[in-house]
Design a protein around this ligand. Sequence first.
Ligand SMILES: Cc1cc2nc3c(=O)[nH]c(=O)nc-3n(C[C@H](O)[C@H](O)[C@H](O)COP(=O)(O)O)c2cc1C
Length: 203
Amino acid sequence: MEIDADGLSIRDTYALMTGIVVPRPIAWVSTMDDKGHVNLAPFSYFNAVGSDPPMLTLSIAARGDGSDKDTLRLIKTTGFLCVNLAEEGDAVRLNDTSAELPAEVSEARHFGIDTAPCFKIPGVRIASSRAALECRLVEVHVYGRKHKVNLVVAEVLHLFVDDALLQRGVPGLHINPAAVQPIARLGGANYAALGRRFSLHRP
Ligand SMILES: Cc1cc2nc3c(=O)[nH]c(=O)nc-3n(C[C@H](O)[C@H](O)[C@H](O)COP(=O)(O)O)c2cc1C
């Protein structure tokens, strides 16, 4: 089947894109307002874009009425966000935090998710997450026709890593690939855990 993107409905485009670009890593983002309300939400249009300095991107769609999702509003007003690692045991809670709650309701408190203060930015990380990236906002790029998306570009200022994830007996800081159990997003309501891992050395 050949499909011209120009004639596709937004619903079909979304279904095809999120079914083809798989598996997507998931950023479990914590943001905090100036009154200490903590917002949590997952975003799978997410990836790392560089190492010098470490940077990442998230793509946050506008709500149906065109307004900013709470995460985006808080990133824009505070200039900070924290990306927490989501692993297999987090799947249900992570999915729960995608619920649209009123802005003044903290997802962390509502779903009983403990947080810990960030080290370098004003904000919190999810206490049980075994890695977290504390970030500052670099830029928000707005794309889209009727339905806007906001490409958030952020710089990682500080990394929290549980020692249990680190590879022992090798020089430098490496994450042990066998230790980390990430969850990823597929199309629709589907998630994936990692299957078989294998190594290939570069030529
Ligand atoms: C696994 C998962 C991944 C998601 N990825 C995105 C995404 O990349 N971009 C987006 O705008 N919404 C995404 N969503 C939906 C948001 O999490 C949802 O709109 C949430 O209510 C936003 O919360 P907020 O208003 O507190 O920011 C995703 C939802 C789930 C469950």
